[in-house]
Unconditional design. Structure first.
Length: 106
């Protein structure tokens, strides 16, 4: 798992957005909402990331609507959840260490 972290910010938020079934546009909307509009995923970035995450088996196709331009919903897998938790732990460590710096006024 270590070789797969750190995650890019985009991958982190995509994994967070597929904790329940979600489609591409829904992922873009949720990431924007979670970050107050700071992170806006472009379609190319999103679908490239989705392909990479599916290849790593971190997300899987949950459902596919063949009647509406092949809209697909994605859902995080067990392996994806493990990668997410590893990245969360890494970020928490960074914050703990940053707090030490604040306490010592470096």
């Amino acid at each position: 798992m270590e070789k797969n972290i750190p995650l890019t910010e985009s991958l982190f938020y995509i994994l967070l957005a597929v904790r329940k079934p979600n489609h591409g546009y829904g992922i873009i909307q949720e990431v924007s909402a979670l970050t107050g509009g700071r992170v806006v995923l472009g379609a190319g970035t999103l679908y490239g990331a989705i392909q990479a995450l599916v290849k790593k088996q971190w997300i899987a196709i949950y459902s596919e609507d063949t009647d509406s331009r092949k809209k697909k919903e994605y859902l995080i897998t067990k392996a994806g959840a493990e990668a997410f938790r590893a990245e969360k732990a890494r970020l928490e460590e960074l914050l703990r260490n940053a707090a030490l710096m604040e306490e010592n006024r470096f």
